[in-house]
Design a protein around this ligand. Structure first.
Ligand SMILES: Cc1ncc(COP(=O)(O)O)c(C=O)c1O
Length: 464
């Protein structure tokens, strides 16, 4: 049996999860989906597939054994008991599944169930108790000094940025950092910025809102191609050098140097969106571009991929020439970031909770990436999978026999599988080989569901 029937229970709220898991297992036995004599996976394997703690699975096995649904052997092992007679299904159970979502590989979201609720709640209580009254007034528009100091240490240590707390602005995510930079660049007379093509549609929308148009610039194997940048006439360019979004290219050392040469010669700026820079799997971390020239690079990142996008918390390290304008825009936009959230996150960083969270996510996401790459190789022989060394998504280029792309997307969508094509992030049309080229996000999908999703995708094509 595919253990996917247990997945909804596994994503129940933490307090209800144990009971939901037991109910789902009991139902599976009663309905006959788990036949008498079926051997259950080890508690360790099932816990890992479902993304829950092993204790929850052990407890569910023990409870259902006590109730007579399961029996455990003399050695290790748990089976479905022969004592249970499956009820005859109701007619409505025989109806075909409603056409719902069966697999979701849309990139951009982390696993929200990994949010460290206990540590967060403890930090929240401590901060409410300790926060000096004066910190509840309007904050410095750049952010609480305590958080800026904590961030400076964190970013220098983890990402190699040149982190002066005076040059940090606490923002509500990369999105707000981008919006503030767009306004500051506009105030300096910029009416166009370069963006990577393919790239993030969010950049385009945010610059457009500030009255700055974007000039799509092509990539090559080393990152943003320099010659088209030089001839474009722009004096600012938005980049994702650690793990280009969406192709996953890591900018080469040579390209980084060339970009900075360009910025110096134009009196221009490079914006570095380090949206998933914390997640590296099998290569050494590539330090931030900002570390090479903090006066030419505006660096931005957030907790959206490591904690949760809903927190709306991020940072911007701003070059001196843009600093005053950016801080003034932050002040006029919202009078500064919420103080309690800032104090809480400062404590979280200071006490090592944030590093712990990053390590935990890193372990989970590495396993999911491996699962996805293996499943693609198994079900789509000949697929080229790239951009896998970092981040939360991969690029899968499928052989032409799985194409054309439009038909592929129709089939998968009809089968309840959400995927994105690389073309959806591109300005320029790609005239190459007609095989589907996909951007597959995996961080939010537990391993069992990744395996099932890829199998369903292959099946959807075979059935058509
Ligand atoms: C490349 C890229 N940059 C920035 C963002 C926005 O991030 P934030 O939530 O920090 O505003 C996203 C969101 O998915 C993204 O994909």
């Amino acid at each position: 049996m595919a253990w996917e029937v247990l997945l909804p229970a596994a994503s129940a709220p933490a307090r209800a999860r144990g009971r939901a898991l037991q109910a789902a297992l009991r139902d599976a036995v009663r309905s006959g989906r788990l036949a008498p004599g079926t051997r259950l996976p080890s508690s360790r394997d099932l816990a890992s597939d479902l993304g829950v703690s092993r204790g929850l699975v052990t407890e569910a096995y023990e409870q259902l054994t006590a109730e007579g649904y399961l029996r455990s052997g003399r050695g290790a092992g748990t089976w479905v008991s022969g004592a249970v007679r499956a009820a005859r299904p109701h007619a409505r159970d025989l109806a075909p599944h409603a056409p719902g979502l069966r697999a979701d590989f849309v990139p951009g979201t982390p696993d929200l169930s990994l949010f460290p609720r206990t540590a967060w709640a403890a930090a929240q209580r401590a901060v409410l108790t300790d926060l000096p009254h004066e910190d509840l007034g309007y904050p410095d528009p750049r952010g609480l000094p305590r958080l800026r100091t904590a961030l400076a240490g964190l970013l220098a240590r983890r990402r190699g940025v040149v982190a002066d707390p005076e040059r940090i602005v606490v923002v509500s995510g990369v999105a707000q950092a981008t919006a503030l930079l767009a306004l500051a660049l506009h105030a300096r007379g910029a009416r166009a910025v370069g963006v990577e093509d393919p790239g993030s549609p969010r950049h385009t929308a945010l610059y457009a809102a500030a009255g700055v148009t974007v000039v799509p610039l092509p990539l090559d194997d080393e990152g943003l191609a320099v010659q088209p940048l030089r001839s474009s006439g722009v004096r600012a360019v938005v980049t994702t050098p650690a793990h280009q979004f969406p192709t996953g290219i890591a900018y080469s050392a040579r390209r980084r140097a060339e970009l900075l040469d360009w910025a110096r010669s134009e009196d221009g700026f490079v914006v570095e969106d380090d949206y998933d820079g914390d997640f590296r799997y099998d290569r050494a971390p590539v330090g931030a571009l900002q570390g090479l020239d903090p006066e030419r690079v505006a660096y931005t990142g957030s907790v959206s991929k490591s904690l949760a996008p809903g927190l709306r918390l991020g940072w911007l390290l701003v070059p001196g020439a843009l600093a005053e304008e950016v801080v003034e825009r932050k002040r006029t936009t919202d009078l500064g970031h919420p103080a309690l959230d800032q104090a809480l996150f400062a404590r979280f960083v200071e006490r090592g909770d944030y590093d712990r969270q990053l390590r935990r996510c890193q372990r989970a996401y590495r396993e999911r990436r491996d699962t996805l790459v293996d499943a693609l190789r198994e079900h789509f022989p000949g697929a080229q999978v790239s951009g896998i060394a970092a981040g939360l998504h991969v690029i899968a280029e499928l052989p032409a026999r799985y194409g054309p792309q439009e038909r592929f997307l129709e089939r998968t969508s009809a089968a309840g599988i959400e995927v994105r094509a690389l073309a959806q992030y591109a300005h320029a049309r790609d005239e190459r080989d007609p095989g589907p080229r996909l951007v597959l996000g995996y961080a939010h999908v537990p391993p069992a569901r990744i395996r099932d999703g890829v199998r369903l995708m292959a099946q959807a094509l075979a059935d058509g």
